[in-house]
Design a protein around this ligand. Structure first.
Ligand code: AP5
Length: 189
C-alpha cells in the first residue's frame, strides 16, 4: 500500500496537489480540513464547535481529529492506500496515526513536505479568500494559522525525518512542475 502524508503550511498546495495524486495512484483522500468543513456546513454539534476554533486559526483538539481519521480508515478497509492532507498536525496526532497504521499492517510510506515562503502563503490565501470566501482566509486568521503551524505542526516533519520518511518538495512555481517533483519522490520509494 502507498500511504502518503502531504504536509506543509496553510496555502502550500496540499489540496491542489492531492487531486493529481488521487487521480494517478487511486488513493483514498483523507483531509481533516474537508471533513471538518463538511461538519460545519451541516451544522452538526461538532461542526458548530469546530467552526469557532477554525475561524480563530487554531487547531481542533487531537482527540477529535484522531477519532475522525480512525473512523475514515475503518470505512475504507480495502483501499489501495491513503493520502493524508492536513493530518497529522501535531506530534501526538503522528504517534496516533502510526499506531492506527500498525493495526492495519501498513505503515506510512513517505511525508512529502511542500515548502513555500510565508509571503507567498499569505498572498495565495488572501486571493482565495476574495474568490471563494473561505472564512478563515483573512489576514488575522491566516497569521494565527501560520503561527499554529510553526509552533505545533512543523515538529511533525522532524518526527518522520527520524524514520527516514521525509522528502522535501519545492512548493513554489507551476502546479504541474511541483507535481512532477512529487511523482519523482513517489517513484523513488
Ligand atoms: P485545512 O483545510 O487543512 O487548511 P490548511 O492547512 O490551512 O490548508 P489550506 O487548505 O488553506 O491550504 P493547502 O495547503 O491545502 O493549499 P491549497 O491547495 O488549498 O485546515 C483548516 C482548519 O481546520 C485548520 O486551521 C484547523 O482549525 C482545522 N484542522 C484541520 N485539520 C486539523 C488537524 N489535523 N488537527 C487540528 N485541526 C485541524 O492552495 C491554497 C491556494 O493556493 C489555492 O487558492 C490554490 O489554488 C493556490 N495554489 C496552490 N498551488 C499553487 C501554486 N503552485 N502557485 C500558486 N497558487 C497555488
Amino acid at each position: 500500500m502507498l500511504n502518503i502524508i502531504l504536509f506543509g503550511p496553510p496555502g502550500s498546495g496540499k489540496g491542489t496537489q492531492s487531486e493529481s495524486i488521487i487521480a494517478d495512484y487511486q488513493l483514498v483522500h483523507l483531509s481533516t480540513g474537508d471533513i471538518l468543513r463538511d461538519e460545519v456546513s451541516r451544522a452538526t454539534p461538532l461542526g458548530i464547535e469546530a467552526k469557532k476554533i477554525m475561524d480563530q486559526g487554531q487547531l481542533v483538539s487531537d482527540e477529535i481529529v484522531i477519532g475522525m481519521i480512525k473512523s475514515k480508515l475503518n470505512e475504507h478497509a480495502n483501499a489501495k492506500g491513503f493520502i493524508f492532507d492536513g493530518f497529522p498536525r501535531t506530534v501526538a496526532q503522528a504517534e496516533a496515526l502510526d499506531k492506527l497504521m500498525e493495526e492495519l499492517n501498513t505503515p506510512i510510506s513517505v511525508l512529502l513536505s511542500l515548502e513555500v515562503p510565508e509571503e507567498e502563503l499569505k498572498e495565495r490565501l488572501l486571493k482565495r479568500g476574495e474568490i471563494e470566501g473561505r472564512t478563515d482566509d483573512n489576514e488575522t486568521t491566516i497569521r494565527n494559522r501560520i503561527k499554529e503551524y510553526l509552533d505545533k505542526t512543523q515538529p511533525v516533519a522532524g518526527y518522520y525525518e527520524a524514520q527516514n520518511k521525509l522528502q522535501i518538495i519545492d512548493g513554489v512555481g507551476a502546479i504541474d512542475e511541483i507535481y512532477q517533483q512529487i511523482q519523482k519522490a513517489i517513484a523513488s520509494l
